[in-house]
Ligand binder design. Structure first.
Ligand SMILES: [Cu+2]
Length: 468
């Protein structure tokens, strides 16, 4: 945070000194959770020694972590200081359609200089995130991505609660921008960035007292990358997937999170030096290393080192309460097939001579661009209160994290096999992968339903469901 931001924050600040890093200062008002948020261009140092022009929330990378509380209203006065229209979507939150932040489908674009106040009460606790839903390749790609943490109505007793947002920026070694999207890649796995970061820093280091009970909230805010995560040097447990507590915490081995997805882990910080040396790491005694795997090779994302400290001895690991997601009525459910396919169309050239690539289809239909006059029919019409089973089929060679707005899926099957059911807002389909996921259509509105590989979304892989 630079000095100017600090001063700005202090104006609204309640005890700015005590604020955790990157938390957002609250505005004093009748609301317990009241924030001012802005989107603005800024220059920051991402690659050490080099300046990069980025788009930020409140002038900072990483974006402030917005903290709210389950069941309590939150108010966010958002000002668009970009040179183009935008909206903010609160990924994973089951809130009313008017607050969902999708241009034309749920609200008018917020024009440069305008302020729009988002107000909602999050029903679920967990790790969520926020980002624009306009010109997404650029706006998200250049930095408008932040974590949104909804605390439990009764806060679980962890010693450390850390949030890491993972992103590979499309930068070269001197911090200069490379193409955020290339058609050749958009038609395949998406264009990967090269400068890997956690909270805007390449391979950051954290120090926790040995014996601390750590809750690590990981959010993949990347446009493209699916991270196959592993934690070296400690036995951790998976406690929540995509914001939602799992029914029973289970040992963490590896876990793939696609763009938009989250993972909450819990572990006890080991003594100094118990960790394993990673294949690409030259630190001798890291305690715990978060890494992602490419094939069998691990690449570090963050290090956690032990320090001697006063962690509460031998307290049990807290257990998370389940979120109040409506239980699907599977007996009376209707099954809706959705097929995700590839089409190599070099599509119509517009009056300006620009091509509009469409590569991806939902049930044989692409949706390109958004505009007041460009809202197609929904991909499905859902009856309010009824349970549906989404039968998802990926007929392509690439990963697709399929995200639904305003609702939470209960995943029943992956790749034809029953799984221990888990709740999620984003289902990751592997190549030629399948899934069956149920939901209760309990939130009226027109809800986006799309792939969260941003280039896939922008080249056809999106639609919406209408709940009425
Ligand atoms: Cu996709």
């Amino acid at each position: 945070m630079n000095r100017r931001d600090f001063l700005q924050l202090s104006v609204f600040g309640v005890a700015a000194v005590a604020m955790p890093r990157w938390s957002l200062a609250q505005v004093e008002s009748g609301y317990a959770y009241h924030y001012k948020l802005s989107a603005e261009p800024t220059t920051v140092e991402l690659v050490p020694g080099f300046k990069t022009d980025v788009l930020t929330f409140n002038g900072n990378v990483p974006a402030p972590v917005i903290r709210a509380k389950q069941g309590q209203p939150v108010r966010i006065e958002f000002t668009n200081n970009l040179a183009e229209p935008t909206t903010i979507h609160w990924h994973g939150l089951r809130i009313p359609i008017e607050m969902d932040g999708v241009p034309f489908l749920s609200q008018k674009p917020i024009m440069p200089g305008e302020t729009f106040t988002y107000e909602f009460t999050p029903p679920d606790a967990g790790t969520f995130w926020y980002h624009p839903h306009m010109n997404s390749v650029e706006q998200l790609g250049r930095g408008l991505v932040g974590a949104f943490v909804v605390e439990e109505s009764i806060k679980p007793d962890f010693d450390i609660d850390e949030t890491l947002i993972l992103k590979h920026w499309h930068l070269d070694k001197k911090g200069a921008w490379k193409a955020l999207s290339r058609p050749r890649y958009a038609a395949r796995m998406g264009t990967p960035g090269e400068w890997g970061t956690a909270n805007g820093t390449n391979n950051p280091r954290f120090e926790y007292p040995a014996g601390s009970r750590v809750r690590l909230r990981l959010a993949n805010v990347d446009n493209t990358m699916t991270y196959n995560l592993r934690l070296q040097g400690v036995k951790a447990k998976v406690i929540a997937i995509d914001g939602n507590p799992v029914i029973e915490a289970y040992p963490f081995d590896q876990h793939r999170i696609g763009p938009g997805m989250r993972l909450d882990l819990a572990f006890v910080m080991p003594e100094q030096g118990t960790g394993t040396k990673t294949s690409t790491d030259n630190i001798n005694t890291p305690s715990v290393v978060l890494e992602y795997l490419r094939g069998q090779f691990g690449f570090p994302l963050a290090h956690f080192q032990s320090k001697k400290g006063a962690a509460s001895p031998a307290k049990p690991m807290p257990k998370l309460a389940m979120n109040p997601i409506p239980v699907p009525d599977l007996q009376n459910a209707e099954t809706l097939p959705f097929v995700f396919e590839w089409e190599g169309a070099i599509s119509p050239v517009d009056a300006a001579g620009k091509t509009h690539d469409t590569f991806w289809l939902i049930n044989r239909r692409p949706w390109i661009g958004m505009g007041p006059g460009n809202i197609p029919e929904p991909v499905a019409d859902l009856k309010l209160g009824k349970t549906y089973i989404f039968d998802l089929k990926n007929n392509t060679q690439y990963h697709h994290p399929i995200h639904i707005h305003g609702h939470t899926f209960l995943v029943l099957e992956m790749d034809g096999e029953p799984v221990t059911p888990f709740y999620t807002d984003t289902v990751l389909l592997g190549k030629n992968g399948r899934a069956k996921a149920a939901l209760v259509a309990d939130n009226p509105g027109r809800w986006m339903y799309h792939c969260h590989v941003i280039e896939h979304m922008k080249t056809g892989l999106m639609g919406y469901v209408r709940v009425s």
